[in-house]
Design a protein around this ligand. Sequence first.
Ligand SMILES: [Zn+2]
Length: 378
Amino acid sequence: MNSHEPLFRFLADLVAIPSMNPMGRTHIGVGYNEETIADYVTDVLRQSGVDVKTYEVTPHRPNVVAYVDSGAGQTVLLEAHLDTVHAENMTIEPFHPRIADGRLYGRGACDAKASLACFLHTVCMFANKSSGLKYNIVVAAVSDEEYGFTGARCAIDNGLNAEFGIVGEPTQLRIVRAHKGVLRWRVVTKGTAAHSAYPDRGDNAIYTMGIVLSRLQAHGAELIQRPKHPQLGTPTLNVGVIEGGQAVNIVPDRCWIEIDRRTLPEETEDGILKSVESALRNVAKYEFEKPHISIGGIDVSPENPFVQRLASVIETINGECVVETAQYATDAGVYNNSGIPTVVFGPGDIAQAHTATEFVETDQVIRCSEILLQFLTK
Ligand SMILES: [Zn+2]
């Protein structure tokens, strides 16, 4: 593993720096946020001579963007997220990476620090000898993928652009060229509070929500009867959270639910909200809050020349290449929406992501790095 020593040093260092996503909470402790890991990534890139910029997404939560300009006509984006889910229930040491039995263990090992390590390793190799490159490279290490996708959006708002993108997530070195998107928002019903001994003097917001819920259930059932996208199936709708009322002896004046609507690549946020509104027609006193998660689906053509080149390199190194589709959403939705055809590809298995014993197979990390090297060079 000697020639891969820098690659695994990056990966071990990244896992050893906690970068847990606060997941919307405002009170956070040690080990949360991406600032420390972003500083590490910036230092590593600068020391290798790579041109780096950082952008603050929200306070203490930056993106790091690195550029290697080889003078080529086309640019490839390599993007991975800096954040991980929390580590509270892990049964291994989350931040003391350990290699055993061909696996590297730790929080974020597969989701998605292995991809990030491969991207850093690759871009550092070309810092001072970009002449062999077929493309210019942009590496984006972004914040907040696990919750709000705000890092990817910030990267686009700051002018990130490329002809093709690879979002590094654990796909077992398969190419995910299509996946669903997700739209999440709250619906609020409002009523009038009263003493529960006189319910007729009030207006029960929970009862109104009951009507909303039965309409949404019917709408969700109708969605899965729609004609299927050939790879992704139908859109879905789930109400996952409900909260309302202050006490059992008060007629509740407010109730809210949170909707998770999984979307197909061709659907728009506006169109989806309108169709849910139409399912709720004639229900009085409900309001939509602005969606707090809105990420499009992706559907990159298997004929896309970058996809074909990547697939043929994977086939050379792995002996086969699987191009597939997935139900989950990633940052790739943000890049595709802004016109950068972007697929998902990286070492590790999504089945390991977020688990109590998260690991990545070291052999896949090595092969990912070799695939990137071949893909990016002439
Ligand atoms: Zn991830």
